[in-house]
Design a protein around this ligand. Structure first.
Ligand code: DC
Length: 222
């Protein structure tokens, strides 16, 4: 028997996982683990080293050498470190976001990441978000949630975030990006985005973050 609590949250980009998971972790005093940030950090390392992203061997080597740490007690202010340097902002760059799928589709890299994610949650439990948490990383999680929202709502959320960051884009471009990411997330052979059979589905299209959190807290407290 595990002595620590694991809450798994999976779903596509823009479904509200991050904001909800962070707030939930804070409320429940659990560590927050953003697994997407780990795939992003490896992509950053490969891009900085100018490695061809379709060179599997080099990519796997890069991943094996990368030291990724998630730091900070407050989940809303968590920082991502790569080889000892703060890369929290750099891993959110739009070009990098487009390139993460190369790393995410490599079975050997996923195996390393899954091992690391399990180890990270071993001590104090976690609210862990990603694509394969309920299906692969913690298929025995105490609670599993699968978030979804319409393409349109997800694109609008992401568009608002990008504009607030001062980036130039259009809603159409963001929508196309989201659809492209959905396709690669759903179609990759290793760790594809799937709803675990025992996951509770939550459609966040017409829910606020607070409403989503309340819904989950109701279930967890029961
Ligand atoms: O959640 P995010 O958008 O930051 O994730 C970045 C990318 O990493 C996303 O394109 C899918 C991939 N990912 C994954 O393959 N498995 C996870 N557990 C989390 C993210």
């Amino acid at each position: 028997m595990r002595k620590y609590l694991i809450i798994a949250i999976d779903g596509p980009a823009g479904s509200g996982k991050s904001s909800t998971a962070r707030a939930l972790a804070k409320k429940l005093k659990l560590p927050y683990i953003d697994t997407g940030a780990m795939y992003r950090a490896i992509t950053l390392k490969a891009m900085r080293q100018k490695i061809a992203l379709n060179d599997t061997k080099k990519l796997v080597e890069t991943a094996r050498k990368a030291r990724i740490e998630l730091k900070g007690v407050d989940p809303r202010k968590q920082k991502v470190y790569l080889d000892g340097k703060d890369v929290t902002k750099a891993i959110r760059e739009p070009l990098l976001t487009k390139n993460v799928f190369y790393v995410a589709q490599e079975p050997l890299i996923r195996r390393e990441m899954v091992k690391k994610q399990r180890a990270m949650a071993k001590k104090n439990g976690a609210v862990m978000e990603g694509r394969d948490i309920g299906t692969v990383v913690f298929s025995n999680a105490d609670y599993k949630f699968y978030f979804s929202a319409s393409d349109d709502v997800r694109a609008r959320r992401r568009y608002r975030e990008l504009i607030a960051e001062g980036r130039q884009t259009t809603l159409e471009e963001v929508l196309n990006d989201i659809r492209r990411r959905d396709k690669t997330d759903l179609e990759r052979k290793a760790g594809p985005l799937r709803q675990a059979k025992d996951a509770i589905p939550i459609d966040t299209s017409s829910l606020t973050i607070e409403e989503t959190i309340d819904m989950i807290l109701d279930i967890v407290k029961r």
